[in-house]
Write a protein that binds this ligand. Structure first.
Ligand code: C2E
Ligand code: CA
Ligand code: CA
Ligand code: CA
Length: 275
């Protein structure tokens, strides 16, 4: 693992060693992280490109580790994804974020909430009932919620994933393809899935001004999405020039450090009032 535990830049690759002493310790600590209330959701704003108004937020998990400080998801999600721990995390994220989203709407903040699902979630036949239960308990309108899935998380078992996705979509929840362009996916799946949105991966977006082929990919993805009747979000918008270019290209929604970093709840609420 190429990692810097202070900054949280851990890279999950084929050399990821889940058996190193550090990873094994983290893994055992993860079992208790939720009950010890060490996990925390951060919220990153997403705006409409046309008029820069707030459209929604993406919930991103952080782990306030008692010894290592604030850990980013790349340092513990890959570990969790190897076991059933990820299902516990997903359950916690859904509970916390649905409740928060319902609260925002009660307070008059009319925004969508995006959450990330992993491959294991899409093979969990209990997920639809879990989501349905939490929806009922929080009195939430499912149209406010966007569930982000990736091409590779669908492709591990497409038929099973498709069935689970369709059941959840049947309750009124929306779906989005995250990190679009980085995985392998077939256009026939894109067509068959009940999608609302494609999110263009930030690796294409952040270099769009310098790299001609990234610009071509972003432009083609926007056109593809629109031709399929989908909205497009560009992630990784790091400066005003990128945002201006995306506007000229007709991109619908944008997310990135230029707009707002992921923030703890109190900070996000403050931010939302100021825009
Ligand atoms: P993602 O879903 O692609 O989330 C976007 C990541 O890009 C976030 O990293 C965000 O902080 C970062 N980001 C946002 N804007 C910019 C920008 O302008 N420039 C740059 N360089 N980065 C930007 P984060 O929070 O570290 O999350 C990393 C990944 O961990 C997420 O990627 C997602 O795949 C996963 N993840 C996060 N929270 C959860 C969760 O609750 N459940 C699951 N299953 N996965 C999660
Ligand atoms: Ca995401
Ligand atoms: Ca993404
Ligand atoms: Ca990602």
């Amino acid at each position: 693992v190429a990692q810097n535990s202070n900054k949280g830049y851990a890279v999950y690759d084929s050399s990821f060693d889940a058996h190193s002493p550090k990873q094994l310790t983290l893994m055992s600590e993860l079992h208790h992280a939720i009950e010890k209330q060490e996990l925390q959701l951060y919220f990153q704003p997403k705006i409409r490109v046309a008029d820069s108004t707030l459209y929604g937020v993406e919930a991103l998990v952080r782990w306030n580790h008692p010894k290592h400080g604030l850990l980013f998801p790349d340092q513990f999600i890959p570990l969790m994804e190897r076991t059933r721990l990820i299902q516990g995390l997903t359950c916690w994220v859904i509970q916390e974020s649905f409740a928060q989203c319902a609260k925002w709407h009660k307070e008059g903040l009319d925004i969508t909430l995006s959450i990330n699902l992993s491959a294991k979630d899409l093979n969990n036949p209990e997920l639809p009932d879990l989501i349905s239960g939490i929806k009922g308990a929080t009195g939430l309108n499912p149209e406010w919620i966007i569930l982000e899935i990736t091409e590779s998380s669908i492709m591990t078992d497409p038929e099973a994933a498709m069935e689970i996705i369709n059941r959840i979509h049947g309750m009124g929840f929306q779906f989005s393809i995250d990190d679009y362009g980085t995985g392998y996916s077939s256009l026939s799946y894109l067509k068959r899935l009940p999608l609302k949105e494609l999110k263009i991966d930030r690796s294409f977006v952040s270099d769009i001004l310098r790299d001609e082929s990234d610009a071509v990919i972003v432009n083609a993805t926007i056109n593809l999405a629109h031709n399929l009747g989908l909205e497009v979000t560009a992630e990784g918008v790091e400066d005003a020039e990128i945002l201006a270019l995306l506007k000229a290209e007709g991109c619908d929604l944008a997310q990135g450090y230029h707009i707002g970093k992921p923030m703890p709840l109190v900070e996000f609420n403050h931010w939302a009032k100021s825009v």
